[in-house]
Design a protein around this ligand. Structure first.
Ligand SMILES: O=C(CO)COP(=O)(O)O
Length: 251
């Protein structure tokens, strides 16, 4: 049985005051839904504040990205070593906004995945197709290629210590959620693609759904057999709404 994981991706949204209110507002939801792991991914500059506020709570946290390098002349970056020092458990890698806006290829994402693992972080590998790819029926081929880059670089068993987040790009921030049936179909496909290579890995790895998850649709999405929780953007910025999403993952 895979544990449910509900992770908030705050993207480029936070103030010192909003972080304090949000974390304090999530403490009870994390404690009361003990079968669900609750995690947040703040902008990197807020990680020390989140580290302090989440001490002695059931809330985990991670970063939204890490560099492929661990140190050196790479202006503006954060390394996996630094994130680990500040208590991060996770880092997202390959979020579609990084792939599209920052031009990250699947090979770069695979390098980030590897460096995160080498430095003690659990990478959350984000995959998913664009609207054009969805409409062209290419979803399965796209996610397979995105997964293959990581398998080629780090091997299939590297996914024993990672999380996969399937986020159709057309559902992110648009209010258009994949139906539970569409999401389940892709999640099941991802798991069977992994199972062809290693059944134990396929059975173990958590596959999160992301894209316009909110309190009103969380339970139905998370009730699908191969959906193990969510990676949540907008709805994770409000403690009341995010608590409803967390409750939706509770067994
Ligand atoms: O990109 C996402 C999480 O990483 C999803 O964002 P929304 O929940 O705002 O659609």
């Amino acid at each position: 049985m895979r544990q449910a994981l509900v992770m908030g991706n705050w993207k480029l949204n936070a103030t010192k005051a909003s972080v304090e209110a949000l974390i304090n507002g999530l403490v009870d939801a994390a404690k009361d839904n003990a079968t669900v792991e609750v995690a947040v991914c703040p902008p990197a500059i807020f990680i020390p504040q989140v580290e302090a506020l989440t001490a002695n709570t059931a809330i985990s946290y991670g970063a939204q990205d890490c560099d492929v390098n661990t140190a050196g002349a790479f202006t503006g970056e954060n390394s996996a070593v630094m994130l680990k020092e500040f208590g991060c458990k996770y880092t997202l890698v390959g979020h579609s906004e990084r792939r599209v806006i920052h031009g990250e290829s699947s090979e770069v994402v695979a390098e980030k995945f590897a460096v995160a693992q080498e430095n003690g972080l659990v990478p959350v590998l984000c995959i998913g197709e664009t609207l054009a790819q969805f409409e062209a029926g290419e979803t399965k081929a796209v996610v397979e290629a995105q997964l293959q880059a990581v398998v080629t670089k780090s091997g299939i068993t590297s996914l024993n210590n990672a999380v996969i987040a399937y986020e159709p790009v057309w559902a992110i921030g648009t209010g258009k959620t994949a139906t539970p049936e569409i999401a389940q179909d892709i999640h099941a496909h991802i798991r069977s693609w992994l199972a062809e290579q290693d059944a134990a890995v396929a059975n173990k790895v958590q596959i999160l759904y992301g894209g316009s998850v909110k309190g009103a649709n969380a339970a139905e999405l998370f009730g699908q057999a191969d959906i193990d929780g969510g990676l949540v953007g907008g709805a994770s910025l409000d403690a009341v709404e995010f608590s409803k999403v967390i409750a939706g993952a509770s067994a």
